[in-house]
Design a protein around this ligand. Structure first.
Ligand SMILES: O=C(O)c1ccc[n+]([C@@H]2O[C@H](COP(=O)([O-])O)[C@@H](O)[C@H]2O)c1
Ligand SMILES: Cc1cc2nc[nH]c2cc1C
Length: 357
C-alpha cells in the first residue's frame, strides 16, 4: 500500500475549510422561484433543490448534465461473524459485474449519461486487474471489528485519500454533481456500529436486514455490533471511531464528501451506508454539511434515524436498499427536472399571469 503524495504531504487535509455556498446566487434563485408562474412553494422540495444547487454551483441556472459516480468496493472482516445473508465472495464478483456493465448502477449510469468509476479497495475474492476497475487495494479486507480495529491509521489515511482522488477525477471531468456508491458484504454491520458510536444509540435501535436477514439474523447482528462497540469503547472521537468501526469504502466515501465540499462540488448521498459515511464526514469537518443533498430514504431500518440526525430531507422513498449509488442515481432525473423548471418556466410578468392578491 502506498500513500499518495497529497496524503503524505498533508495528513490533516480533511480538516481544511470547506467552500462556502454562494449567498447571492441563493438569494437570486429564491427570488426567481417566487416570480415563476405557480403559487409560491407549490413545487415543494424541487424549489428547495434548485435554490440549493444554484448556491452550490454558484450560478443562476444550475444544471446536472455531467454527473460523476464513484463506487467503492471493499470487504469486511466482520463478515466472519455471520452478519450478512450473502457470502463474502459476492463483493469481488460484483466488482466484475460493475465493470462489465451488468450491475444496477452500470445500467443507471448509462441511462443518465454519467461517468462510472469503480474502485476496488480490497476484496477477498479479488477479480484482479480488469478493465474498468481502479485498484487501490489496502488489504484483502478490513479487520473484524469485534476483535480488532477495522483499519490501521495508514489504511484509514489511504482510504480517505482514495475518496479525495475520486473527487479529483470528477473535477477533471468537469462534473457538476458527485455520487459515491459502495459495495461490501457485511458493510451494514460496520455502518451501523459506526453510527451507533457517533449517535450514542443502541444497536437494537439501528440494526436492520441489510441484504436480507430475518428477525433472528438481525438480533444476532445487533449482538455482534454490541461486541464491536464494547471492544472499541475507548475510541472517543469521530476519526478514531471511523478507523475502528468503519471500513475502507466507508472511509473513502467520507474522504470523498470532505474533498468535494472543499472543492465546491455538490454531492448527492445514497442510502444507509453512504449516509453513515456522511455522518462521519460531518463530524470530521462540519463544513461538509452544506454540500450534501440526500437522494432517498432506504428501506434499511436505521436509515431514518441517520437522516434525522443529519437534518436531511431526502427526495425519494422507494423502499430501495441496494447501495452502489443506485438510490442517488435514481434521484438525478428529479433534480434535473428541478433545474429545468427553474430555468425554463415563465415568470408572472413574462406570461401575463396575475399574481397572488
Ligand atoms: O444503501 C442501502 O441503504 C443498503 C441497505 C442494505 C444493503 N445495502 C447493500 O448490501 C450490502 C451490505 O449488506 P449486508 O447485509 O451484507 O451488510 C452492501 O453491498 C450494500 O451496498 C445497501
Ligand atoms: C448481489 C448483490 C448486489 C449488491 N450491490 C450492492 N450490494 C449488493 C449485495 C448483493 C448480495
Amino acid at each position: 500500500m502506498n500513500l499518495t503524495a497529497t496524503a503524505a504531504a498533508d495528513p490533516d487535509w480533511i480538516l481544511h475549510d470547506c467552500a462556502e455556498p454562494d449567498r447571492d446566487c441563493r438569494a437570486q434563485a429564491l427570488a426567481r422561484q417566487d416570480r415563476l408562474t405557480k403559487p409560491p412553494g407549490s413545487l415543494g422540495a424541487l424549489e428547495a433543490a434548485a435554490v440549493r444547487l444554484a448556491a452550490l454551483q454558484r450560478t443562476e441556472q444550475p444544471s446536472l448534465q455531467r454527473v460523476w459516480i464513484s463506487v467503492f468496493a471493499a470487504d469486511h472482516g466482520v463478515a466472519a461473524e455471520g452478519v450478512s445473508a450473502f457470502p463474502q465472495a459476492v463483493t469481488g464478483e460484483m466488482v466484475r459485474n460493475f465493470a462489465s456493465g451488468g450491475a444496477a448502477i452500470s445500467v443507471l449510469a448509462r441511462e443518465l449519461g454519467a461517468r462510472l468509476d469503480v474502485v476496488n479497495l480490497g476484496t477477498v475474492n479479488d477479480p484482479g486487474d480488469i478493465p474498468g476497475v481502479r485498484r487501490v487495494v489496502l488489504a484483502p479486507c478490513s479487520g473484524n471489528v469485534c476483535v480488532e480495529p477495522a483499519m490501521s491509521e495508514p489504511q484509514l489515511r489511504a482510504a480517505l485519500q482514495a475518496g479525495a482522488d475520486s473527487v479529483r477525477l470528477a473535477l477533471a471531468a468537469n462534473a457538476q454533481l458527485y455520487i459515491g456508491g459502495e459495495m461490501g458484504i457485511a458493510n451494514t454491520t460496520a455502518a451501523t456500529a459506526l453510527s451507533c458510536a457517533l449517535l450514542d444509540l443502541a444497536p437494537a435501535q439501528l440494526a436492520g436486514a441489510g441484504t436480507g436477514l430475518d428477525a433472528a439474523g438481525i438480533a444476532h447482528k445487533a449482538a455482534v455490533i454490541e461486541r464491536a462497540l464494547a471492544r472499541h469503547a475507548d475510541a472517543r472521537d469521530a476519526r478514531e471511531r471511523l478507523r475502528c468501526l468503519g471500513g475502507f469504502e466507508i472511509a473513502a466515501l467520507a474522504g470523498a464528501y470532505i474533498a468535494a465540499a472543499q472543492a465546491a462540488l455538490p454531492v448527492l448521498v445514497d442510502g444507509f451506508i453512504a449516509t453513515a459515511a456522511a455522518l462521519a464526514a460531518t463530524r470530521l469537518n462540519p463544513g461538509v454539511r452544506d454540500w450534501l443533498l440526500y437522494a432517498h430514504r432506504s428501506h434499511e431500518r436505521g436509515h431514518a434515524a441517520l437522516l434525522d440526525a443529519l437534518g436531511a430531507q431526502p427526495l425519494l422513498a422507494l423502499d430501495m436498499r441496494l447501495g452502489e449509488g443506485s438510490g442517488a442515481a435514481v434521484a438525478v432525473p428529479t433534480l434535473r427536472l428541478a433545474c429545468a423548471l427553474h430555468a425554463g418556466m415563465a415568470t408572472f410578468d413574462q406570461a401575463g399571469v396575475s399574481e397572488q392578491v
